[in-house]
Design a protein around this ligand. Structure first.
Ligand SMILES: [Zn+2]
Length: 463
């Protein structure tokens, strides 16, 4: 979801730095969406494979035990928490410094010299600002997104791929910012009292369009997407999907093994581009029944329309965030105009001030989104059990995921409140265990159509 939007939030499988830029997404959105409006299987704490989980299936009869996290997993968890806290502070402090030092005002003066008219000045200022932040942030990004993940054996990325992806992020953000930042700034100038409301109203259709094109235009910039390679498994997945009314062409495999060893899957897109994407790492490490259980979860998101719901909740969060910007931003500008180097919010030099306020608001709005996200994720787990009748496979899939992704299966309450977009792996395994069939029960017959009935409409979209 948006930075504030759930899925967007901590769920994303992107490195922590990208998630830290939610704020940019909020307003300037493209890359934000990339992270945000997908609903996925697990929080992306990418982790190292610990090569275990063989005999899980031996004990089909009993509940699946939640393994104790390794020391390494706990060290990774604690480090992630420290980085999260640091980044929250950093993404408030950095724009604050750039605003109150007058640096942003100087950048705007430069942008005006290059651009001359108001439209170009806004666009160029955004691009310059993003480039400056990219450079300042580069050492931290490199440590968090490359050095540290390799240290924990979680990353498969070459330095070249990491850096190319970082530049791509910058290009996507800069393009989105250049193309769209004039909208809120024009509204601030023309409708100073209601710009936050009007911006949100325009933002909703913008989010839908972005989510529509993202899986087709943006995601393939980073990784290769295609039909599933294992054709026997694909047949089973498509049969399962068909029973839920999901057309066959909507299941994709993405080559994430170039980036990570972690496993995940997600639903993204809206309307004609909605689709289920399985990471190749997940297909490689789970057995057939486990992959189907994961598919059941993703199908739950698909038939529940969770991407659209997330966009709608995200819009409410954006409204609240922009309201905070308006109410806090105007008095700040009035009081500190000398330091800031501008005297109204509608001056594009206010970009870092706006981002600083959005990041502060996100601290309070984020937990709302996360709570809703955890609800959606649980409902998707419920759906998986209903559609596959195989809670044992779902539980064993999560055991593998915990080990491969170096997860802490039972994080503390602070983590849960501020960071958890999904129920903890321990809670999820507990849920699946509580739905294991009793031994004296006859085998369950699978329902004909567990989801919305939808006769297959037309031909599947080309893959
Ligand atoms: Zn999910």
């Amino acid at each position: 979801m948006l930075p504030t939007l759930r899925s967007v939030l901590a769920n994303s499988s992107d490195p922590p730095r990208l998630a830290g830029r939610w704020s940019l997404v909020l307003i300037f959105a493209l890359s934000l969406l990339l992270v945000a409006a997908t609903t996925c299987l697990a929080s992306a704490q990418e982790g190292e494979s610990s090569r275990s989980a063989p005999a899980l299936r031996d004990a089909e009869k009993g509940p699946v035990a939640v393994p104790a996290p390794s020391d390494r997993a706990m060290a990774f968890y604690r480090g992630n928490n420290a980085i999260w806290a640091f980044n929250r502070a950093w993404f408030i402090a950095l724009p604050g410094i750039l605003a109150f030092s007058g640096a942003s005002a100087r950048l705007r003066t430069l942008a005006r010299r290059i651009g001359r008219n108001r439209f170009l000045t806004i666009g160029i200022h955004i691009v310059l600002y993003l480039a400056v932040v990219f450079v300042i942030d580069l050492p931290l990004s490199y440590y968090e997104g490359f050095v540290r993940l390799h240290h924990y054996g979680q990353s498969n990325q070459s330095l070249a791929k990491w850096f190319t992806d970082a530049l791509l992020n910058l290009a996507v953000e800069a393009t989105g910012g250049f193309a769209f930042a004039w909208v809120p700034y024009t509204l601030m100038a023309r409708a100073p009292r209601t710009w936050w409301l009007l911006t949100t109203l325009l933002y909703v259709p913008f989010l839908f369009v972005t989510m529509l094109v993202m899986p087709v235009w943006v995601a393939p910039l980073y990784n290769r997407f295609g039909p599933m390679k294992d054709k026997a498994l694909e047949r089973q997945i498509l049969a399962l999907a068909e029973r839920a009314g999901i057309e066959g062409g909507r299941v994709f495999e993405v080559e994430k093994s170039v980036d990570t060893k972690a496993m995940n899957a997600y639903v993204t897109g809206v309307f004609g581009t909605q689709r289920i994407v399985l990471w190749d790492t997940l297909i490689a490490r789970l057995d057939e029944r486990e992959v189907l259980a994961v598919m059941g979860h993703e199908m739950g998101h698909y038939v529940h329309g969770d991407v659209v719901r997330s966009i709608l909740l995200g819009s409410v969060i954006v409204l609240a965030g922009l309201f905070v910007v308006d109410r806090a931003g105007r008095p700040l500008v009035a009081r500190f105009s000398n330091r800031l180097g501008f005297d109204r919010l509608s001056d594009v030099a206010s970009v870092p001030l706006v981002l600083m306020l959005i990041n502060i608001a996100s601290l309070f709005l984020g937990p709302v989104v996360l709570a809703y996200s955890r609800y959606q994720e649980h409902q998707a787990d419920v759906y998986s059990v209903e559609v596959t009748h195989d809670p044992h496979a779902a539980a064993s899939a999560f055991v593998k995921m915990q080990q491969e992704n170096l997860s802490n299966p039972r994080p503390g309450p602070i983590y849960r409140f501020f960071r958890a977009s999904h129920p903890s792996i321990g809670e999820r395994i507990d849920y699946f265990n509580s739905h294991l069939p009793r031994l004296d029960e006859p085998p369950v017959r699978r329902p004909e159509d567990p989801g919305r009935t939808r006769a297959s409409i037309g031909s599947p979209e080309p893959r």
